[in-house]
Write a new protein. Structure first.
Length: 357
């Protein structure tokens, strides 16, 4: 009965939680009300019970996710249509203060695990991520699909960063391994130098390592100001089965300026996949003309095989991002795509995100 009298205070605890934690919190409250095992004795102090509940809730995972619907049109063959491109659910939490975890699954198409890792955060200088995660390579790869300014990744990121890789790997820019990261020389709101580097299997996600070799991947960044980032990155490894492995080497550098209103980002990456040498670069400019409206321009160059000029592709893109509400994002892109020796293509894509967090 005393718990019921103290229910308004209990409700205030629940109102401070994320949507995902709120679901778990509601279940905990119902359990305390109706389950004799979990209910406290009648003479317990209500504040103690609430403190226990707060402790339990603090250990519950935060639940995030989004649904991504897309429309595409291409005059290459007149094809057009809608699809559910992504439907993700993402669990994050801390087991103890400096030890966390994450589990993210993709439910659209063939369901699969994208992220599954533990994270140890003992200090700002040295932290550890162990499990399936994004590889620490390039400025663009760390972006999530709902935060990237364009509908699709740059060509060079797709082809040399494990999305639809020249080497044959298709892993959403991820791999399984151990990553070490941190920052040095703290300024008021940022670190002057940041690093992230790790050892990975080299064969993508949701699979065992097919060979005895391991891949190294890492990025070193300098931030003269909070908005300005200068980065170099390198990846050295092998892919394929033990009997038929081939080299997979990537190197590059990039620059990013992002003050929250103006975004300028560009990077150059070259790679070697067996005997095939590739290269590409892009430049993107985006600006919030209103808190909810962000037009953008992009130049996107990639040559899949440097020895064959007919593999050179250039995309000229113009687009706009519109966020009418906090958890809704609408993107519209038009791209004029050129490929040496082939017909140029007009491509239109519209993408809608609905997020919960």
């Amino acid at each position: 009965m005393k718990f019921l009298l103290n229910f308004p205070k209990t409700f205030l605890i629940g109102s401070r939680l994320s949507a995902g934690q709120g679901i778990c919190f509601s279940m905990a409250v119902l359990a305390m009300l109706f389950c004799p095992v979990l209910s406290a004795r009648e003479n317990d102090i209500p504040e103690e019970r609430i403190a226990k509940m707060e402790n339990i809730v603090s250990k519950l995972p935060q639940i995030y996710g989004f649904v991504n619907m897309r429309y595409q049109y291409s005059d290459a063959d007149g094809s057009n249509g809608f699809d559910i491109r992504r439907a993700r659910i993402d669990f994050r939490g801390d087991i103890v203060r400096s030890f966390g975890y994450r589990l993210q699954a993709e439910l659209a198409g063939a369901p699969r695990i994208l992220d599954a890792y533990f994270e140890w955060k003992p200090s700002s200088y040295f932290n550890v991520l162990a499990g399936q995660q994004k590889i620490p390579f390039s400025l663009e790869n760390p972006y999530g699909p709902h935060t990237l300014e364009t509908i699709d990744n740059s060509q060079v990121i797709t082809a040399l960063c494990g999305y639809n890789d020249v080497s044959g790997i298709s892993a959403n820019g991820r791999d399984v391994g151990v990553d070490f990261y941190g920052g040095f020389f703290k300024r008021e709101s940022h670190y002057l130098i940041r690093y992230t580097m790790g050892i990975f299997s080299g064969n993508g996600i949701n699979t065992t390592d097919g060979n005895k070799a391991k891949d190294f991947s890492g990025t070193l960044s300098v931030n003269p100001t909070k908005a300005l980032t200068l980065s170099v990155f390198h990846h050295n490894g092998t892919s394929g089965l033990q009997e038929e492995t081939h080299q997979r080497i990537r190197s590059g550098g990039g620059i990013k300026y992002d003050n929250g209103k103006l975004l300028v980002r560009s990077e150059y990456i070259q790679g070697k996949s067996g005997a095939t040498e590739s290269e590409g670069w892009y430049g993107v400019l985006a600006y919030f003309i209103h808190s909810k409206v962000q037009p953008l321009l992009k130049y996107d160059y990639f040559q899949r095989d440097k020895s064959l000029k007919e593999t050179r592709s250039i995309h000229y893109l113009v687009g706009v991002n519109y966020s009418p509400a906090k958890n809704i994002r609408l993107q519209m892109n038009y791209a004029y795509r050129t490929l040496v020796g082939s017909k140029n293509v007009n491509y239109i894509a519209i993408q809608l995100f609905g997020l919960f967090r």
